[in-house]
Design a protein around this ligand. Structure first.
Ligand SMILES: C[S@@+](CC[C@H](N)C(=O)[O-])C[C@H]1O[C@@H](n2cnc3c(N)ncnc32)[C@H](O)[C@@H]1O
Length: 290
């Protein structure tokens, strides 16, 4: 691949998915795209680039998908899910007591482990949420990961990463060598294709947005742009959860860190109205609801 071919691919990926590749990532592009070139019966990457230049749209989408990193696992990093159970849900139980509904968006949901971990947290929350209308939406750019998510089928290796054994026994059924999430948990999550670079105002407003481990691939300008639009999709007293290596600091004033909760943010617009940490402890909320 010539430096011009690499530049063409870098620009294409930046425009299509936000992926901001540095000049030294040629090996990564080659290792991900050579199999795709072979599949398309092309001898190599120069020919693949030629084909892309001629406007082969399905191939362009395949190239963009092939360059996504889909690493994920159940209860990834643990801390966000502890925050969800100990801070976010107890506070929302009080704030939404009259409405009795919750909307949660997992933007960049990859193969589904993250939104399904959220669904299991809600299920495990017990009777406090009984009768509530719960909507969890998982979105991703890649059709391939969305298909896998919808099937809810995971390998032994995948369920061994991060998923406590008691939740495996409780919420999964063994199907041959795979494990399938039971239909009650699967039914809690809807999956849709969505590119974070494009308009997502049609999704409406959410109480909680998980947007983890995707903004790290974007440049600063793109991160700021996405943060600005995410802020418009969160209720003023809602929550944003970012990945362990991500922050809003220096990128946007639309969100502020939630005190003493790493990775958890709240819209700046709503902080005056919000009584941070005012929620009853989890056990008190659960028993009050019984
Ligand atoms: C590393 S995974 C993170 C998955 C999950 N959020 C987690 O933290 O475990 C990143 C995901 O972001 C998706 N992605 C990349 N660019 C995207 C974009 N512009 N819009 C939506 N999703 C994108 C990829 O397809 C991939 O599944």
């Amino acid at each position: 691949m010539t430096p011009f071919d690499y530049e063409y691919l870098r620009k294409l990926l930046k425009e299509r998915s936000g992926l901001d590749l540095s000049a030294d990532k040629q090996y990564l592009v080659e290792s991900r795209l050579l199999p795709l070139a072979r599949k398309a019966s092309l001898p190599g990457l120069p020919e693949l680039v030629q084909k892309l230049k001629s406007g082969a749209e399905p191939l362009t989408a395949e190239v963009v998908e092939a360059m996504t990193t889909n690493e994920t696992f159940f209860y990834r990093d643990k801390v966000p899910f502890d925050h969800l159970k100990a801070t976010v849900l107890p506070e929302l139980l009080q704030a939404r007591a009259s409405r009795r509904s919750l909307r949660i968006w997992c933007a960049a949901s990859s193969t589904g482990q993250e939104p399904y971990s959220i669904a299991m947290c809600l299920k495990e929350f017990g009777p406090a949420l009984a009768g509530w209308r719960i909507e969890i939406i998982g979105t991703d750019l890649s059709q391939a990961v969305l298909e896998k998510s919808r099937a809810g089928l995971f390998s032994q290796f995948e369920v061994q990463r991060g998923l406590p054994i008691q939740l495996l026994v409780k919420h999964f059924t063994q199907v041959g060598e795979l494990w399938q999430l039971n239909s009650d948990i699967r039914a809690m999550v809807q999956f849709k294709q969505l590119n974070l670079l494009q308009d997502f105002s049609h999704l409406g407003a959410f109480d909680v947005i998980f947007c983890r481990n995707v903004l790290i691939y974007f440049d600063q300008e793109t991160k700021t742009n996405v943060f600005g639009r995410l802020a418009k999709r969160i209720e003023p007293d809602g929550y944003l959860m970012l990945g362990a290596a991500e922050t809003v600091v220096g990128l946007t004033d639309a969100f502020k860190p939630y005190p003493e909760r790493r990775g958890l943010y709240m819209p700046s617009a709503g902080t005056a109205a919000r009584a941070v940490g005012a929620a009853m402890p989890l056990r008190a909320v659960a028993s009050a609801a019984r």
